[in-house]
Design a protein around this ligand. Structure first.
Ligand code: CMC
Length: 425
C-alpha cells in the first residue's frame, strides 16, 4: 500500500497541511489527521466506518477476505489447535505460552476461581427473573468496590492481577446470574473441572453432585468462548477503551463494555436470533419474514445476518457451523423444529439476491444461538456468555492502552443546534 503523505489546504492560510500516512503491518494504512483542526474543520465519520481510534497489535480483521487473526494466528487454527485459556494468554502476552507458562497461567486463573459473599448477596437481592445481563453488569461494576483501593492501574503487576481475576470470575458470575434467573440455588465451582466444564456444571449441575457434563458440550462451550474472545475495535471494546482512557477502575470499564454489548445490533443479536426463530414459528412463515427484512418501510432485520466489517463471510461463523452440527448430532436434535427453521432461513437468505447483493451472510451469533439453545441455555443467557468470552478481549485492549502513553478519548461533534440566543425576558 502507498505510504505517500496527504496534503489538505486550510481556509486560514495558503499553505497546505501535510497529513502523514502511517504504515500498518497489514491492511489499510492510516492518515494521521491530528492537524485537521488547522483547516478550520473537524472530520465527521458517523459510525466510525473510516476512523481508527487507536494503534493496536492484538487483532487484525480483513472483512473483505473473511480474515480474523489474533496476534497473527488465524482464528480457524486457534479454534482447531488451541483452547480458550491458551488464547487468553496469547491475546494478553502476544505469544503462545510454553508448556510451563501455560501451567502457571492456568494456576493463576485457578487461584481466583471464587466469589466473595457480598457479590453473592448482591445477586440474591435482584428479583427472580431479572435479565442476566442486568445482573452481570451490576456485579462486575460492584467488583470495582471490592478491588478499588488495591488496584493501581499504572502497575503492570496489578493490571495482570485484574486480568486473572476477571478471566477466572466471569464464568462463575455468569453461571450464578443464570441460577438466580431460573430460581435455582448456586452450584459451587469445582476445581477439578476445566474452565468450560466447570461453567456448564455450575449452570446445570446439582450442588454436591459430581459433574455429568458431556465432553462434546464442554468442548463446544470452550469454542464459543474462544470464538468470541476478541474482535478488535467493536462497539463494546471501544467503550471499554474510552472508559479506561479516563483512568477509571477496570471493573467499572468492563461493566461499561457489558452494557454496550447488550444491544441487539451487537452481542444481543444471539438472543434476538432465537426470539426471531420462535416468532417465525413455522417454515411456511419464513417467506413473509424475508419480505419484511427487505422492506425499507419496516424496521425488522433478519437477526444473525450481516456484519459491519465482514462483507464476504464471518470466519467465526464457519467454525461455529461445524460445531453446531456436532452438538446437534450429540444431542440427537437434528430434527428440532426451531433448528429446521434456522437451516431453511439460512439457505433462503444465502440464495436471495437482496442478501447476496448487500453481502449479508450469517454471522457468528446465528450459529452460537442455535448451539446454546440445543445445550439447553436460556436465550437471556446468550449475551452473558458472549460477555464471558469477550472479557479477555476487553481487558487485553485496556491493558494495551495503559501500557503505553495515551490520551483521554474525547470526540468532536458536528453542531447543528441553535446559535447563541438570549433567555426570554
Ligand atoms: N436484515 C436485513 N437487511 C439488513 C440487515 C439484516 N440483518 N443488515 C443490514 N441490512 C441492510 C440495511 O437495511 C442496509 O440497507 P440499505 O443499504 O438499503 O439501506 C444495508 O443492509 C447496510 O446495512 P447497515 O445498517 O448500513 O450496516 P451496518 O454495518 O451499519 O450494520 C449490523 C451491521 C450487524 C448492525 C447489521 O447488519 C444488523 O443489524 N444485523 C442484524 C443484527 C446482528 O446480527 N448483529 C450481530 C453482529 S455480529 C456480532 C457482533 O460482532 O457484535
Amino acid at each position: 500500500m502507498s505510504s505517500k503523505n496527504f496534503y489538505l489546504s486550510s481556509k486560514h492560510s495558503d499553505d497546505a497541511i501535510e497529513l502523514p500516512v502511517l504504515n500498518s503491518t497489514i491492511g489499510h494504512n492510516v492518515i494521521d489527521i491530528a492537524k485537521i483542526p488547522q483547516t478550520g474543520c473537524f472530520t465527521l465519520d458517523l459510525g466510525f466506518g473510516a476512523t481508527a481510534a487507536c494503534e493496536s497489535k492484538i487483532t487484525f480483521i480483513d472483512g473483505n477476505k473473511g480474515v480474523l487473526l489474533h496476534r497473527g494466528y488465524p482464528i480457524e487454527e486457534l479454534a482447531e489447535k488451541s483452547d480458550f485459556l491458551e488464547t487468553c494468554f496469547l491475546l494478553i502476552n502476544g505469544e503462545l505460552p510454553t508448556s510451563s507458562e501455560k501451567e502457571n497461567f492456568l494456576r493463576s486463573i485457578q487461584k481466583h476461581r471464587n466469589i466473595d459473599g457480598s457479590t453473592e448477596q448482591l445477586l440474591k437481592g435482584f428479583p427472580r427473573g431479572s435479565h442476566p445481563m442486568a445482573m452481570l453488569c451490576t456485579v462486575v461494576a460492584a467488583m470495582s468496590a471490592t478491588y478499588n483501593s488495591n488496584t493501581d492501574i499504572t502497575s503492570a503487576e496489578d493490571r495482570m492481577l485484574t486480568i486473572y481475576r476477571l478471566v477466572a470470575k466471569m464464568p462463575i458470575l455468569a453461571a450464578m446470574c443464570h441460577r438466580h434467573f431460573i430460581g435455582q440455588p448456586f452450584v459451587a465451582t469445582d476445581d477439578r473441572l476445566d474452565y468450560a466444564e466447570n461453567f456448564l456444571n455450575m449452570m446445570f449441575g446439582t450442588a454436591g453432585k459430581e459433574s455429568t457434563v458431556s465432553p462434546v458440550l464442554a468442548k463446544a462451550m470452550d469454542l464459543i468462548f474462544l470464538l468470541h474472545a476478541d474482535h478488535e475495535q467493536n462497539a463494546s471494546t471501544s467503550t471499554v477503551r474510552l472508559s479506561g482512557s479516563t483512568g477509571a477502575n477496570p471493573y467499572a470499564c468492563i461493566a461499561s463494555g457489558i452494557a454496550a454489548l447488550w444491544g441487539p445490533a451487537h452481542g444481543g443479536a444471539n438472543q434476538a436470533v432465537l426470539e426471531m426463530l420462535e416468532e417465525i414459528g413455522d417454515e411456511k412463515h419464513i417467506e413473509s419474514f424475508i419480505l419484511r427484512a427487505k422492506d425499507k418501510e419496516d424496521s425488522f432485520r433478519l437477526m444473525g445476518f450481516g456484519h459491519r466489517v465482514y462483507k464476504n463471510f464471518d470466519p467465526r461463523a464457519r467454525v461455529m457451523k461445524v460445531s453446531c452440527d456436532e452438538v446437534l448430532a450429540e444431542l440427537g436434535l437434528e430434527n428440532d423444529p426451531l433448528l429446521k427453521i434456522a437451516k431453511r432461513l439460512e439457505q433462503i437468505a444465502l440464495d436471495d439476491p437482496y442478501f447476496v447483493e448487500k453481502q449479508l451472510y450469517p454471522n457468528v451469533d446465528f450459529y452460537s444461538g442455535i448451539i446454546m439453545k440445543a445445550i439447553g441455555i436460556s436465550p437471556e443467557m446468550f449475551t452473558v456468555i458472549f460477555a464471558t468470552g469477550r472479557t479477555i478481549g476487553w481487558i487485553a485492549h485496556w491493558n494495551e492502552m495503559l501500557s503505553s502513553p495515551y490520551r483521554i478519548g474525547r470526540p468532536r461533534q458536528h453542531y447543528t443546534g441553535y446559535g447563541k440566543r438570549s433567555y426570554p425576558a
